[in-house]
Unconditional design. Structure first.
Length: 335
């Protein structure tokens, strides 16, 4: 990369990443900023009762200073269904900050504890669209900070958050949620299930990196290829990297085990008006009751494997870092 991090030192985001213990002094700071809670894209709007104002919360990791004005590139991270994980978001944050990249880890579940606290209830009550609203609210917040370059912010999501990261790439979402004149410069989806396809395939034009495990039973590779083709047709470059032997959440804390229920068979369609429908039944996902019913009909009771794999994590770090380096080397992003 031609540019450098705060302070002018050379930036290396590819290899090796710093050992987590070596960056433990980068603690980050708790932040809050205005957001909203649209249940589905059709609800987006300040005058919609299904899009109430919400105070988003997160943790911001900044590189060691000093910094010039608009000097620091940034990443926004969206967690998975298990929430923010110390071994994942709260480890990537200090690592990237030590390499010159600010990281905003958003806690969409923590900001909506009044809606749900249990694992299952959170997935019913706190939707992908709410996470997208938080992501764009986070972009607005970062743009207000003098040290951040708002044209070099990459959205990254894990699993459930990866689904939201892909949602955020579609123009019909960005046009309604993004700050004026700003879009994410890139999108990265770590092991995101490919459940929703959009009738309106137009994108913001930003590139997408999809990182998946070849043995991840939550990933339907044919469905992900369809989504990737939609996004390419809509104006974005899409790169998919599959890691042989990897299962879901290779950068988590748990050794390989079976957990949960499998939603790989679910199929949603986001209509041009923002309505989300179940492809099999045609039911609209207009609220928690119908969302619960739709998921009950499509989710398999068969558990799926997750498993930490440090070898795969080292590989994905390199691929992720290579993508970030390419994006951050560009002076501006899509607008």
């Amino acid at each position: 990369m031609d540019g450098g991090p705060a302070g002018g030192a050379p930036m290396n985001l590819v290899d090796p990443w710093p050992d987590p213990a070596s960056v433990s002094s980068i603690q980050g700071e708790d932040v809050a900023f205005p957001s909203s809670s649209p249940f589905v894209p059709d609800d987006i709007g300040p005058n919609d009762e299904d899009d109430p104002p919400t105070t988003a919360i997160g943790r911001l990791f900044l590189p060691p200073g000093p910094y010039g004005e608009h000097e620091v590139p940034a990443v926004i991270m969206l967690h998975g269904a298990g929430g923010v994980i110390g071994n994942r978001e709260l480890t990537y944050g200090p690592q990237l900050a030590a390499m010159g990249v600010a990281v905003l880890v958003i806690d969409s579940f923590g900001a909506r504890r009044d809606r749900a606290t249990s694992f299952v209830d959170r997935l019913i009550e706190i939707t992908e669209t709410m996470m997208v609203a938080d992501a764009y609210a986070g972009l607005r917040y970062l743009a207000s900070r003098p040290e951040i370059d708002p044209k070099r912010v990459v959205l990254t999501g894990f699993s459930y958050g990866a689904m939201a990261t892909v949602y955020a790439l579609y123009a019909q979402i960005a046009d309604r949620l993004a700050p004026p004149g700003l879009r994410f410069a890139g999108h990265v989806a770590f092991y995101g299930p490919c459940i929703a396809r959009f009738a309106d395939r137009r994108t913001t034009g930003a590139p997408l990196l999809m990182l998946v495990g070849a043995d991840d039973e939550l990933i339907d590779s044919e469905r992900c290829a369809e989504v990737a083709n939609d996004l390419v047709a809509g104006g974005s470059q899409v790169e998919t990297i599959s890691y042989p032997g990897a299962v879901h959440q290779w950068d988590g804390a748990f050794e390989r085990r079976l957990i949960g229920r499998n939603l790989a068979g679910c199929r949603f369609r986001v209509e041009r008006d923002g309505t989300v429908r179940d492809r099999r039944t045609g039911l609209p996902m207009t609220g928690p009751f119908l969302r619960k019913l739709i998921l009950a009909l499509c989710v398999s009771s068969r558990p799926y494997p997750i498993g930490r794999d440090d070898r795969i994590r080292a590989m994905s770090n390199r691929d992720y870092g290579r993508f970030l380096s390419r994006i951050f080397a560009s002076p501006g992003g899509p607008s």
